[in-house]
Write a protein that binds this ligand. Structure first.
Ligand code: ATP
Ligand code: MG
Length: 500
């Protein structure tokens, strides 16, 4: 097999950070190469170097017979390379169709005039990735999974021969992942060379033909999935000591039982949050209907459901970002009409799905802002605790947030919310983009905060295993209504199969 893409001696530093060092690999037509590694190991940087978004310090990138390592991004795109970025950045006010059309324009001034053919091609692409239903919606209204689909459509618009996918499945529910996997396989069968970045080895092992594993910017293993997964060094840096993260350990379980017996978690007796949403609409679209639910002090409640089921809308209603019909009471007082700032002062912290970091501020500044209402002493001690919890953030404390890797940004979002010392913590997809070891660290912290401070937690998750590991109570949202609720055992018994 001849390689479409061949990389040798690739290197990139950012100041003192060695993001990529001496990377080498190749990908052939009709092949999927998996690029795996823990958070901050240099995966996204490698793809940016290939795409020309970032310029390499050294090394060569040969693509379809040419060395493209010094080429600008548009030339690389025209040469047949396209990328689905880790973060979706659509033009928010433009519709799905307009966003896709824009990607179809080549670099010719004549292309700004409307052409029926362009419209047809954009519609065909939208249909291919399952966006027909939302084709006239402005991008700012699209659910997360839709935005991921749109990124796919935009990349395919370039008719690439080499396709770079940076965590294309992150934040998707299992059924959506299966669909995307089928889609990626069909692209491989059409002869594309594909590089797929992910840190869920198990998820990608069935899909990829070969894997390159990275750690601290370097290649630590390469081979077919079974070889790489079995590699001792990979297991050590990547999976940590425990190889299987799906099931809670017995220690976890007993800690949880102990925790529960120490809490009064009967919602009827000890409720802190009382949700009675009759309806939540965006224009004509109804996002939530009749969501009635009580949460007790110290309880851990998880909301699961497909993307677009209404999880984020529910959280936004509680935090005061969206208006709704009905009422929500927190500690006996109505939150209706209160500003988000006031609600946050009243003890509710929200970790949004899209992170909303202050991107041009440093890690430390983001954290300081999270705790701005607390005394300087309290802030300093929380800061140290959080840096212990996330050593990666401590190392990066002066780095500006927008240059952090995906997983590092997620850590910062969670840490910033914890700086606030909330009574209720709303976590919208906190595990998105996180490697297993970091997820474990977050798990431990959440358990600790509940034990020591009686923190109440409301979690929205696609990662049902993570939700099950912690929850007292599970809710299933479907098309904006509460389809089911019950405890973890009942979830296993009654819902399990379709969701796990
Ligand atoms: N512009 C920059 N300035 C400073 N450091 C940077 C910059 N860009 C990336 N880095 C650092 O380089 C390292 C590699 O980042 P990269 O985004 O490639 O990681 P990744 O493997 O994609 O991680 P994740 O799985 O979390 O997305 C990170 O530690 C990141 O903080
Ligand atoms: Mg990344």
């Amino acid at each position: 097999m001849s390689a479409l893409l061949e990389v040798q001696g690739l290197g990139k530093h950012f100041g003192g950070v060695r993001a990529v060092h001496d990377m080498a690999f190749e990908v052939g037509a009709g092949e999927i190469l998996g690029l795996i590694g823990p958070n901050g190991s240099g995966k996204s940087t490698t793809l940016s170097l290939l795409m020309g978004v970032t310029r390499a310090d050294r090394g060569s990138i040969r693509c379809l017979g040419r060395d493209i390592s010094r080429w600008p991004i548009h030339r690389i795109a025209n040469h047949g390379v396209a990328m689905v970025f880790q973060h979706s950045r659509p033009l928010k006010r433009q519709t799905t169709l307009e966003n896709i059309k824009l990607a179809l324009l080549k670099d010719s001034i004549l292309d700004v005039f409307p052409k029926p053919a362009l419209d047809q091609r954009a519609r065909a692409l939208a249909a291919k990735v399952g966006l027909t239903d939302v084709i006239d919606e402005p991008a700012e209204r699209l659910a997360f999974a839709h935005l991921r689909r749109m990124e796919f459509a935009k990349a395919l618009a370039l008719e690439p021969q080499v396709l770079l996918l940076d965590e294309p499945f992150a934040g998707l529910a299992p059924a959506e992942v299966r669909e995307f996997i089928g889609f990626t396989e069909s692209l491989r069968d059409q002869g594309l060379a594909i590089i797929l970045v992910d840190h869920n080895v198990k998820a990608v092992s069935g899909l990829v033909d070969r894997i390159v594993a990275m750690y601290l910017g370097e290649k630590i293993a390469e081979g077919v999935p079974q070889e790489v997964i079995g590699n001792a060094r990979v297991r050590e840096v990547f999976l940590g000591s425990s190889a299987d993260h799906a099931e809670p350990s017995s220690a976890d379980r007993s800690a949880r039982t102990e925790l529960k017996s120490g809490l009064q978690s009967d919602p009827a007796e000890n409720k802190v949050l009382e949700i009675k949403i009759e309806a939540l609409r965006y224009g004509k679209a109804q996002a939530l209907e009749q969501v009635h639910l009580d949460i007790a002090a110290g309880e851990f409640v998880s909301v699961v459901g497909l993307n677009g089921a209404g999880k984020t809308s529910l959280f936004n209603a509680i935090s005061g970002f969206t208006s709704y019909d009905g009422d929500i009471h927190w500690l006996g007082n109505s939150l209706r009409g209160r500003s988000p700032a006031r609600i946050s002062r009243d003890g509710i912290a929200h970790c949004p799905e899209n992170r909303e970091l202050f991107t041009y501020m440093s890690v430390q500044e983001n954290l300081q802002l999270g705790g701005y209402r607390r005394s300087a002493d309290e802030r300093a001690s929380s800061l140290e605790q959080l840096f212990d919890l996330f050593p990666r953030l401590a190392e990066r404390r002066r780095q500006s947030a927008h240059t952090l890797s995906g997983g590092e940004q997620q850590m910062l979002t969670i840490a910033r919310a914890l700086m606030q010392r909330p009574q209720l913590l709303i976590l919208d997809e906190p595990t998105l983009g996180l490697a297993p070891l970091i997820m474990d660290a977050i798990s431990e912290t959440l358990e600790k905060l509940r034990r020591e401070l009686g923190l109440t937690i409301l979690l929205g998750e696609q990662n049902v295993h993570f939700a099950l590991r912690h929850s007292d109570h599970m809710l299933l949202l479907e098309n904006g209504t509460l389809r089911w609720q019950g405890n973890v055992q009942a979830f296993h018994d009654e819902i399990g199969d379709s969701y796990l």
